[in-house]
Design a binder for this molecule. Structure first.
Ligand code: TXA
Ligand code: MG
Length: 319
């Protein structure tokens, strides 16, 4: 039998050079980050960006996050402000994405930023992607490596699960440490969180010493990417349930569900960080087991739990 995972390459200097060469030739590759795996392409190249949108089947109105190794590289592409520097100093590299005004004359492809006058930027912490970024002289557009609306990948094999042989090179950096996407914070006007993520609102409030709201973007699309249905295993999902039935999957949290039937426990220790790390992994297992319905218990809405609840809500949406 042919090895379906033959497009996965382990992390070593030779494979990092191969990755860099492919990116220089405007090819798209699968890469690890500390949040989720991504599809990386040259952000300065319209050709690369087009390939990313096509592979992901992503609507062109939904802009990509541009990833950098250093602030000095970003100066050419965005107008930086005081709030940016304050957060950057404390949290970067790390799982936070900033929305900033895009600099006039920036070389970042207009299609990567969906023709907006803003740009999303992030400084990833994962060692492998940092090495790759340091080996090139252009930033990388890196959306999550899943088909639009599907479950985000948290391992190299998940990326193969999404794209099969359509992607010929994926670097295997192991399972993602965080397992849920970066927090997207808009710093262009009244500051707000557009997508809850690994960094909580409280952490940002403590740094900026002022309140920050989380945009209620669930119904109305204010961040182009906050499309309603998303992160979905494609199975009907019921949230805030106390029990589950015979043939239904049951996503649980905490020790009291240890013996529940068909239970997929996000964290028996009731640790929300562990739950975030397990969320997409469990979605994918349940999807592959072909359950018809998923019940989910209530998950505490504190810290990274806010982001877990956000993903569950999107995944449970019908359209
Ligand atoms: O953790 C992450 O952020 C991962 C890893 C791979 O870095 N990337 C990721 O990218 O989640 P993606 O493309 O799946 O999600 C990007 C989000 C979308 O919701 C998009 O709409 C939003 O960022 N976004 C990008 N540019 C924006 C902009 N200029 N204004 C508002 N939202 C923007
Ligand atoms: Mg995504």
């Amino acid at each position: 039998m042919k090895n379906i995972y033959s497009n996965i390459s382990k992390v070593n200097n030779n494979n990092i050079s191969i990755a860099i060469n492919k990116l220089k030739k405007n090819e798209i590759i699968g890469v690890p980050t500390e949040t989720v795996y991504g599809l990386a392409g040259n952000a300065y190249s319209d050709k690369s960006i087009k390939k990313i949108y096509n592979l992901k089947r992503r609507p062109r109105i939904n802009p990509l996050i541009i990833h950098y190794a250093r602030v000095s590289d970003l100066l050419e592409d965005a107008y930086l402000n005081a709030n940016f520097y304050k957060i950057f100093k404390k949290l970067c590299p790390g799982p936070i994405t900033f929305i900033l005004k895009k600099r006039i004359g920036s070389k970042v492809s207009n299609s990567a930023t969906a023709k907006l006058n803003t740009i999303a930027v992030r400084f990833p912490k994962d060692k492998t992607i940092k090495k790759i970024l340091k080996g090139i002289d252009f930033p990388l557009a890196i959306p999550s490596a899943n088909i639009s609306k599907s479950i985000s990948p948290v391992s190299a094999r998940d990326v193969v699960d999404e794209f099969g042989k359509k992607l010929n090179f994926i670097i295997d950096g192991g399972s993602c440490n965080i397992g849920i996407e970066s927090t997207v914070v808009d710093l262009t006007g009244v500051k707000k969180i557009l997508r809850p993520g690994a960094i909580s609102a409280e952490e940002i409030e403590n740094i900026l010493k002022s309140k920050i709201s989380i945009a209620k973007n669930f119904k109305k699309i204010i961040s182009p990417g906050s499309l309603k249905k998303h992160y979905s295993p494609g199975i009907h999902m019921r949230l805030n349930q106390k029990k589950s039935r015979e043939n239904e999957a049951f996503i649980t949290f905490g020790k009291k569900y240890e013996r529940a039937k068909n239970s997929f426990n996000l964290s028996t220790k009731s640790d929300l960080n562990e739950a975030a790390r397990n969320l997409y992994k469990i979605f994918r297992i349940i999807k592959n087991k072909k359950y018809k319905l998923i019940n989910v218990v209530k998950i505490p809405k504190k810290g990274i739990g806010v982001a877990i609840n956000d993903r569950l809500k999107h995944a449970a949406t019908k359209k």
